[in-house]
Design a protein around this ligand. Structure first.
Ligand SMILES: Cc1cc2nc3c(=O)[nH]c(=O)nc-3n(C[C@H](O)[C@H](O)[C@H](O)COP(=O)(O)OP(=O)(O)OC[C@H]3O[C@@H](n4cnc5c(N)ncnc54)[C@H](O)[C@@H]3O)c2cc1C
Length: 376
């Protein structure tokens, strides 16, 4: 039988799911649904401010990948699904399917007063370019870097990249011999920012900030932002340029769909990536809320592990077999600072952190090249 499979998204989870579905269902008609047939390599946004990477280095057209794996592409943003998931509504028409994998990532909560004054670096290439250009235009001043979580879903946050922007830009200013002209503050409402990386990692990151002359303002609820300040319940400080990553939530269309949602607004799934209460419907990556330890990261590596489990289980379910693959839970990241990287690893059994090494930085670059080769 020729199954029709729809995959919503064109990021880490969607690409891994599409490739895995193709391997498991060689005759399936697979349709990827996304606004643009391109892949954005988000982890390397951190290198745009320093010029190590240019926007087009990170924007990979998917035409070759789609052709190689015989995948159709539907240009359009998903806007909803019908009750049983067998039709995806988009702003460019409907797409029918026998099986669906939702992999359209997450969104940031933009509710704090004055949020229009901050740049949310993880939103994509345009945000990273804005940071690069704003920094280049500044003679000096106050910089603020911070992140927050989603109070209704503590795992829905993106802290790691914020440390990378912080340490990377601090290093960049030193290399440009203008660090002395800037005051840098790190802020976060959590008393132990980055706790999901492990306690040793938090201590090391805070110690590194102190050693770099970065002011630490943590443990205070954020009240809001202005053009030249950040205000928390612990006080107000100057910030001529604020980089802030709010907590994450699900895509806005989830809320008006029949999909089951977690407290934080992500799609609720079981340990097999099945959307609760739906047949032949799976979720992978940042779009989902999965059972597991509190430190389970919203990361590309995790998105791929979930996507592979989702593809495997969907293929089995379509063939009338019982889905049986659970995704592995693992946190692997390199916290880069432009020319060094701290490797952090966490699994249910162990948590490890390595000292900053040049090798860490180069490992991150190598991984990017290796990953993108698949798509180019
Ligand atoms: C600056 C930065 C640094 C990072 N560093 C690391 C790192 O070092 N290691 C790591 O593992 N992870 C890292 N991450 C996290 C990682 O990039 C994400 O966890 C990962 O991209 C999640 O994959 P995803 O496929 O779920 O979502 P995404 O990669 O965000 O992809 C979502 C896709 O869905 C599409 N889409 C959105 N809305 C719709 C819609 N309505 N309809 C159809 N398609 C839609 C988007 O266009 C996109 O193609 C970093 C992230 C950032 C921003």
């Amino acid at each position: 039988m020729t199954y029709q499979i729809s995959i919503i998204g064109a990021g880490f989870a969607a690409v891994a799911a599409a490739q895995d579905v193709r391997a498991r269902l060689p005759h399936a008609q697979i349709t990827m649904i996304a606004p643009h047939a391109e892949f954005i390599y988000l982890p390397s946004l951190i290198w745009i401010p320093s010029g190590i990477r240019k926007p087009d280095d990170l924007r990979i057209p998917l035409a070759r990948f789609l052709k190689k794996h015989s995948i159709d592409f539907h240009h359009g943003a998903a806007t909803g699904i019908n009750d049983d998931g067998r039709v995806v509504h988009t702003d460019n028409g409907d797409v029918a399917n026998d099986g669906l994998i939702i992999a359209c990532g997450g969104q940031f909560i933009k509710k704090l007063p004055g949020i229009e004054h901050v740049i949310t670096p993880c939103e994509g290439i345009d945000a990273a370019v804005q940071i690069r250009d704003r920094l280049a235009a500044m003679d000096g001043g106050a910089l603020a870097f911070g992140f927050a979580g989603n109070p209704k879903e503590p795992a829905a946050m993106r802290g790691g990249p914020m440390f990378e922007f912080l340490f990377g830009i601090e290093r960049q200013l030193r290399k440009e011999k203008r660090r002395d002209a800037f005051d840098i503050t790190f802020f976060c409402p959590a008393p132990r920012p980055g706790k999901r990386l492990g306690d040793a990692a938090v201590d090391r990151l805070l110690a590194r900030m102190k050693a770099r002359g970065i002011t630490i303002h943590i443990g205070h609820k954020i009240k809001g932002f202005g053009a030249d300040f950040v205000e928390t319940e612990g006080g107000k400080f100057a910030a001529n340029l604020t980089l802030f990553m709010p907590g994450m939530t699900g895509n806005s269309w989830f809320a008006t769909s029949p999909l089951p949602l977690s407290g934080g607004g992500m799609i609720r799934a079981d340990a097999l990536c099945r959307v609760e209460g739906f047949k032949n419907t799976y979720v992978a990556g940042d779009a989902g809320s999965f059972p597991g330890p509190g430190w389970m990261p919203k990361q590309a590596h995790m998105a791929e592990l979930q996507a592979k489990a989702a593809a495997h289980n969907l293929a089995r379910e379509l063939r009338g077999k019982t889905p049986d693959t659970r995704f592995k839970t693992e946190l692997v990241c390199v916290i880069d600072s432009m020319d060094q990287g701290i490797l952090v690893y966490r699994s249910p059994r162990r948590a490890m952190i390595f000292p900053p090494l040049r090798l860490g930085h180069w490992a991150k670059r190598y991984f990017e090249t290796h990953y993108l080769k698949r798509l180019r």
